[in-house]
Design a protein around this ligand. Structure first.
Ligand code: ZN
Length: 142
């Protein structure tokens, strides 16, 4: 196995719907905190009233924050949960489509307001996923 990789096994699974008006990122992190989920794969399908996301500027080591109050479908969402500062932290990237099918997307931020969201959380057992600061990228990585 390559250095830095760990073998995982399937843990618990959770599936449910978030309330309209809730914050997509904050609600998933809160759920994981309440249920002791410290490592997981997360997928979401649904729609947002407001999208908040970012692009990481690799030269400057900073996020360029973007947002849109246009209603969007969540057409792609991939994310994971790991520990950052001893708390479950959701790292997710998503693609959003507007009424014309045009898409935007990026690194999800707090501030995504849910219209409807079906969430699936698959806990990962037997692994330790902890984020620490990485000098080369400027990011908190495993
Ligand atoms: Zn990211």
């Amino acid at each position: 196995m390559p250095a830095g990789f760990q073998e995982l096994s399937a843990g618990r699974g959770f599936v449910g719907r978030l309330e309209t008006g809730s914050d997509l990122v904050a609600e998933i992190e809160r759920f994981c905190l309440e249920h002791g989920v410290v490592a997981a794969q997360v997928t979401v399908i649904g729609a947002l009233r407001r999208a908040a996301y970012a692009y990481y500027e690799q030269h400057d080591h900073r996020y360029l924050e973007l947002s849109s109050d246009t209603h969007h479908e969540i057409v792609g969402f991939t994310g994971n949960v790991s520990l950052r500062d001893d708390k479950p932290f959701l790292h997710a990237h998503a693609t959003f489509a507007d009424a014309f099918g045009a898409t935007v997307g990026g690194h999800l931020l707090r501030g995504c307001e849910v219209f409807a969201a079906e969430v699936m959380i698959r806990e990962l057992s037997g692994v330790s996923l902890v984020r620490t600061f990485d000098e080369e990228t400027g990011l908190a990585l495993w």
